[in-house]
Design a protein around this ligand. Structure first.
Ligand SMILES: Nc1nc2c(c(=O)[nH]1)N[C@H]1C(S)=C(S)[C@@H](COP(=O)(O)OP(=O)(O)OC[C@H]3O[C@@H](n4cnc5c(=O)[nH]c(N)nc54)[C@H](O)[C@@H]3O)O[C@H]1N2
Ligand SMILES: Nc1nc2c(c(=O)[nH]1)N[C@H]1C(S)=C(S)[C@@H](COP(=O)(O)OP(=O)(O)OC[C@H]3O[C@@H](n4cnc5c(=O)[nH]c(N)nc54)[C@H](O)[C@@H]3O)O[C@H]1N2
Ligand code: SF4
Ligand SMILES: [Mo]
Length: 726
């Protein structure tokens, strides 16, 4: 039987055709009739089959007894967990409970709707954490500050642009992020074929940089310098405010702010030539259409918020915002951000400070960098119970070893996850939901971040077995037992009856393409279009789409003034020695797709280093080396590469499957090391508290007795973990 759906493994939303025989998947291929992806898939699509059929995937709720996990029923699990949670809250207060949501949450409409909107409310705690503060928070903060809504993110109009400037993103490998566009390589090649230019700013000559007309190997962490200097050139040359001019404030302030930051001045910190910076700014300004776009490498650095704001501001003053071929806003079939705004949730920043370190709240969350200390530090509000859902913070958050110890000290840990991995092995209760293909699917988030307005509903391949639960049913089951008043019972019963399908139908009908009569988009209409529907190119949406109270854009919100001063204050910072950056691999997905033999065959966890740096240290290709930061030491194989900027080394994240007690046999056989055993919870984007995984100071030395057979090792660094090196 053939099933058509969207692959939910990354943001690209490729249409897949899946052949099944009983409960087995026999084939996964690209769906040529999907109007958006037109048959494209990447090698990872086979992960849909491999994860579904993985014998290590958990199938039943588990309870920890001693150091073993034993199967229990869903009812027993829900009852016991709720009872223990309420008991801990009655002893230590509501705030003693916390949640952590990982990346796949965003790929499940059920988890998004019932996790955030139902379950979090039932927990009655202000302590929430997520992968946002390890990722795109600086972009959300900039959107909140400039456009009045943390989810109103501008998307590159990739298929119509003539000049695409990418900073800190590698879409050829990541398949695009905050830029949903299946078949990224094809689209970038099409850009060049129509005479457009692609420029990539990245300390490594990445797979995307390979395709570019120009690659600028910037020094890690210096993008704010580059972008501010580009703005200085644009303002000197004469900004193009275009259609948005009557709605903009703050141009004079921006001029004052960036006027001292000339290309000549930015040359030293960026490691780029002044002429190259000036020329880039002029080319960007003069191109027929153009867009600047920043992603993970731009966000997760010490000035990530400043750089993310600067990308948006540069687009604004070059006339690139809200224009075809520029950075545009989507008109999604389910307009989640508008629904959120109507419910009073446009975002928030700094309303509260974290208990131990005083980092700012964002959108009701704390930076994940403070999770370990909030568990470890006694006092009112100390976290004693933690729910994790679709996350693996032991491998994805800074100083995973410390977090691991903290997790082991919790009174209650509950994990909703399909695997027992480095994080969930610590759980007292492990609740495995159905996996992607076993549930229906609608991309609430990525349809709203796509380079065209599209919509597609994917039915489940099979009805779930009676002993399985979807994510949303787990959240509802727990909520029902946490809140038992008559009113809550009514609410839960109504939501349960509606289910994700009912809510989705309401969202589609209420959305900009929907309707309550037969005319507009509804679930029924989407079900009748199994390959998905195309709702047209992105269209100018401003000023109507703005959520700022005065419906205007302030080019330089106050927060960023202080950041520019901080940047200038660090101008003379001595930059010597090696710094570490990350990377992603095509056949990998953060920490959780390393249990597929077919995908892991071509994935390797090596430290990339420029031959010049290796020669200076007497190191050779393939040698085992010690990689050391303030936080710890890892032993990893070295891979020499001229693609790296000298002075920079690169290690991918998501590995380190050598921890005991996990159930991931393929991954364990090829464990690699976890870069986050080295990254530092004190190294942050100074404004938002996002972890700065880029620009981490490290040393690399030969291992005393080098041997390829050496297992990866970690030892704790000496010194005080609570003291920042700089
Ligand atoms: N050093 C360094 N660290 C990084 C990054 C980096 O570039 N460098 N990148 C950061 C980024 S961008 C991100 S997004 C984070 C990711 O950080 P996390 O979200 O914490 O980690 P993931 O590895 O994505 O883990 C996803 C988990 O979800 C589970 N899972 C998969 N599908 C489902 C499902 O349908 N339901 C449920 N309940 N569980 C499911 C998997 O088994 C896995 O345990 O890592 C961050 N960490
Ligand atoms: N195959 C695969 N695809 C994925 C994932 C995966 O793990 N594997 N993860 C998914 C997730 S959760 C996300 S968020 C997206 C991420 O999507 P992208 O952001 O496109 O992916 P990255 O490979 O993290 O790209 C970050 C780039 O920033 C560069 N960089 C590092 N430091 C700096 C710096 O200081 N300045 C500049 N200019 N560049 C810098 C790195 O060298 C790297 O090339 O990918 C998603 N897709
Ligand atoms: S690019 Fe992403 S959505 Fe497309 S097949 Fe690969 S993993 Fe799936
Ligand atoms: Mo991410």
């Amino acid at each position: 039987m053939t099933h058509y759906r969207s692959c939910h493994l990354c943001e690209a939303m490729c249409g897949v055709a899946i052949e099944t025989d009983g409960d087995r998947i026999t084939e996964v291929r690209g769906d040529h009739e999907d109007p958006f992806s037109r048959g494209y898939i990447c090698p990872k699509a086979m992960g849909l089959k491999d994860v579904h059929e993985d014998p290590d995937r958990l199938q039943t709720p588990l309870k920890r007894i001693g150091d073993r996990h034993e199967p229990i029923s869903w009812d027993q699990a829900f009852e016991e967990i709720a009872q223990k949670t309420l008991e801990i809250q009655s002893r230590h207060g509501k705030k003693s409970v916390a949640s952590y949501s990982g990346n796949p949450t965003v790929h499940s409409h059920g988890a998004l709707l019932f996790g955030q909107l139902v379950f979090f409310k039932a927990l009655h705690t202000p302590h929430h954490f997520s992968a946002t503060s390890l990722d795109q928070l600086p972009q959300m903060l900039a959107a909140y500050q400039l456009f009045g809504h943390q989810l109103l993110l501008p998307i590159p109009d990739l298929d119509r642009t003539d000049f695409f400037l990418i900073l800190g993103g590698n879409p050829v490998v990541s398949n695009g992020s905050i830029m949903t566009a299946p078949g990224m390589k094809r689209r970038l090649e099409a850009l060049r074929a129509r005479g457009g230019r692609l420029v990539v700013v990245d300390p490594r000559r990445t797979e995307t940089a390979e395709l570019a007309d120009l690659h600028l190997p910037i020094r890690p962490g210096a993008d704010a310098w580059l972008l501010l200097a580009m703005m200085q050139v644009v303002l000197q040359e004469g900004p193009r405010l275009g259609r948005l001019e009557p709605h903009l404030d703050g141009l004079a302030e921006l001029r004052t702010l960036v006027s001292p930051i000339t290309p000549e001045r930015a040359a030293a910190p960026t490691g780029l030539e002044a002429n190259a910076i000036r020329q880039l700014a002029l080319d960007f300004l003069r191109a027929k259409t153009g867009v600047a776009y920043g992603r993970v490498g731009l966000c997760t650095q010490p000035f990530g918020s400043l750089a993310s704001w600067a990308v948006y501001a540069l687009n604004l003053i070059a006339g690139r915002l809200d224009e075809p071929g520029g950075a545009m806003f989507t008109t999604p079939a389910v307009d989640l951000l508008d629904i959120a705004a109507k419910a009073g949730m446009r975002g928030s920043f700094g309303r509260r400070k974290s208990r131990v370190r005083g980092l700012p709240e964002f959108g009701g969350e704390w930076p994940t960098a403070v999770l370990a200390e909030e568990i470890e530090t006694p006092g009112e509000g100390q976290i004693r119970a933690l729910y994790t859902s679709a996350g693996n913070p032991v491998l994805s958050a800074p100083d995973g070893r410390r977090l691991e110890k903290a997790l082991a000290s919790l009174e209650l840990m509950v994990s909703i996850d399909i695997y027992r991995n480095e994080t969930t092995r610590h759980a007292h209760y492990l609740l495995p939901p159905t996996f992607g293909v076993e549930r229906d699917h609608y991309d609430l988030a990525f349809n709203a971040l796509a380079v065209r307005n599209v919509a597609k509903y994917s039915p489940a391949l099979w009805p779930r077995r009676p002993d399985q639960r979807h994510d949303w049913e787990i959240f509802l089951g727990l909520s029902e037992r946490l809140e038992r008043t008559a009113l809550h019972r009514l609410k839960h019963a109504a939501l349960g009856k509606l289910g994700t399908r009912g809510i989705l139908d309401l969202g589609l009908r209420a959305g900009p393409h929907g309707g309550w009569t037969g005319q507009g988009l509804s679930l029924k209409k989407l079900e009748a279009a199994p390959h998905g529907v195309d709702l047209g190119p992105l269209e100018p949406r401003l000023p109507g789409r703005l959520y700022t109270p005065n419906k205007r854009i302030n080019l330089v919100p106050k927060l960023y003034h202080a950041e520019v001063r901080r940047l200038l204050g660090e101008e003379q910072k001595v930059r010597s020695g090696l710094v570490l950056i990350g990377r992603r691999e095509l056949r990998s997905n953060n920490s959780w797709m390393h249990n597929s033999p077919r995908l892991t065959k071509k994935v390797s966890c090596t430290l990339l280093m420029h031959p010049v740096d290796a020669a200076a240290r007497g190191l050779v290709d393939g040698a085992q080396v010690e990689l050391r930061s303030r936080i710890g030491v890892l032993v990893v194989p070295l891979e020499l590469s001229e693609d790296l900027r000298p002075g920079v080394v690169s290690l991918p994240h998501g590995f380190g499957h050598d921890r005991p007690g996990i159930q991931l046999r393929v991954a364990q056989a090829q464990p690699g090391v976890s870069v986050n055993d080295l990254t530092d919870p004190l190294l942050l984007d100074g404004l938002s508290g996002t972890s700065a995984f880029s620009d981490v100071p490290v040393e690399v030395t030969a291992v005393a007795t080098p041997s390829r057979a050496d297992p990866p090792q970690v030892e704790r660094a000496k010194g005080t973990p609570d003291h920042c090196p700089s």
